[in-house]
Design a binder for this molecule. Structure first.
Ligand code: 13P
Length: 236
């Protein structure tokens, strides 16, 4: 099965680090894994990707679709850099006040502009009801064409950057619930990723869960570990 591995560099990295990452990524050979790299906007131009297994993504998109949007980035600008994927609704943006309605707008803007949204969902605390996550999925996808294959990244907020990961059975349960919800909503297929404190020591246990891939944060910056994870997943 083809797996998807997404690197979210968040607000990290610099020209020198990204140059070394790109050098190694361009030489990387995989058989059955797709890789998406999501740098901060200002570094998109550094990502001259020459590897057919690797695509470029970014970490957000603007809602306004007009020229009166100081500080925003339009889909047309992203297209100039060959951006194909957009992380939407990351919990670190939800914390800044991004609402389900805005996330839904962003998903629609992506889809109307040939960009694939990677929709992040996840409960705040381990004790939270998991059905909250399904509401996030439903609201993000409201009024979008059923011909799309939604990409959902299940990222429990309590697992992000904490070194804590859910038991694989919890990831399985969530992934099954998300797939069932998406089917109920009328979509034929979906791609479910897991994100939150994945590293070289725990990725193979996580990858045995019923997920289609990973959304990696901190470990994306350590290129040798990142490549070890990609290769490990590719060989499974
Ligand atoms: P960490 O892998 O650093 O926990 O971050 C996960 C994440 O937020 C990816 O979007």
């Amino acid at each position: 099965m083809r797996r998807l591995i997404v690197a979210n560099y968040k607000m990290n990295g610099d020209k020198k680090l990204f140059a070394s990452i790109i050098k190694k990524i361009n030489k990387l050979k995989v058989m059955d894994t797709k890789i998406v790299l999501c740098p901060p906007f200002v570094y998109l131009d550094e990502f001259k990707i020459k590897n057919k297994f690797v695509s470029l993504g970014c970490q957000d998109i603007t809602i306004q679709d007009n020229s009166k949007s100081t500080g925003q980035i339009s889909p047309k600008m992203l297209a100039e850099f060959q951006v194909k994927y957009v992380i939407v609704g990351h919990s670190e943006r939800r914390k800044l006040g991004e609402t389900d309605a805005q996330i839904n707008e962003k998903v629609k803007i992506c889809l109307n502009n040939d960009l694939l949204p990677i929709i992040c969902v996840g409960e705040e605390k381990k004790s939270d009801k998991l059905d909250l996550v399904l509401c996030q999925v439903e609201r993000a996808l409201e009024n979008t064409s059923k011909d799309n294959t939604p990409i959902i990244a299940y990222e429990p907020v309590w697992a992000i950057g904490t070194g804590k990961i859910p038991e694989p059975s919890r990831i399985d349960r969530m992934s099954e619930k998300i797939r069932a919800k998406i089917k109920d909503l009328g979509y034929q297929n979906c791609i479910v990723l897991y994100g939150g404190s994945v590293n070289k020591d725990n990725f193979s246990e996580i990858a045995r869960s019923k997920i289609d891939g990973l959304l990696l944060g901190g470990v994306s910056l350590k290129i040798d570990e990142f490549i070890a994870i990609v290769k490990g997943i590719d060989n499974e």
